[in-house]
Design a protein around this ligand. Structure first.
Ligand code: FE2
Length: 181
């Protein structure tokens, strides 16, 4: 690793690089899953989901690139092999499975939530353990994007819980009435 004189020790830099490489790997696996569902989806929500997933994998592609380039900025080398992505990722694959639309959406919500939980920990580690406010800020931006993508996906499934009278079957009317929405 080349010597960088930016106020971080080699150990701190390496710690941050390791976190970023784990995040690149998670996003790469999620990119593959999002693209696969973009191809496979059928049914009344085809057009909406096909387009939404195209937007999501375009955003993921940009974010993977920015994260990998941040590894280079900190003097490291980004993971860039399928084997490496699989080894470092916390995202689960379901090869050979063709889920229905609701299950596709649910799996992607779960994956975005997994990444949000990881990023939240990594932000704390960058700020506290590794003294790297820049990467903590960068990862905060990524986390906010995943929160938005997860919300958009979750909204597809929540809509399916609506009954013909417009009420949600899985929410008690008492709790709805008690809130101000
Ligand atoms: Fe496409």
């Amino acid at each position: 690793m080349p010597k960088l004189n930016i106020g971080l020790t080699e150990e701190q830099l390496q710690g941050v690089i390791n976190l970023l490489n784990a995040d690149v790997s998670d996003m790469y696996l999620l990119l593959i899953k999002t693209k696969k569902f973009h191809w496979d989806v059928v049914g009344p929500q085809f057009r909406s989901l096909h387009q939404l997933w195209e937007e999501h994998y375009e955003a993921l592609t940009e974010n993977i690139d920015a994260t990998a380039e941040r590894v280079r900025m900190l003097g490291g080398y980004p993971v860039g092999t399928a084997e490496g992505f699989l080894k470092l990722s916390s995202i689960e694959e379901h090869a050979g499975d063709l889920p229905n639309t609701t299950e596709m959406v649910q799996r992607l919500v779960n994956d975005h939530e997994q990444i949000i939980r990881n990023l939240r920990e990594h932000i704390d580690q960058c700020a506290e353990e590794f003294h790297d406010a820049g990467t903590a800020d960068f990862l905060t931006g990524l986390m906010e994007q995943h929160e938005q993508m997860a919300w958009m996906l979750r909204s597809f499934i929540e809509g399916e819980a609506l009954e013909s009278n417009g009420r949600r079957s899985n929410v008690s009317q008492k709790s709805v009435a008690a809130s101000v929405m």
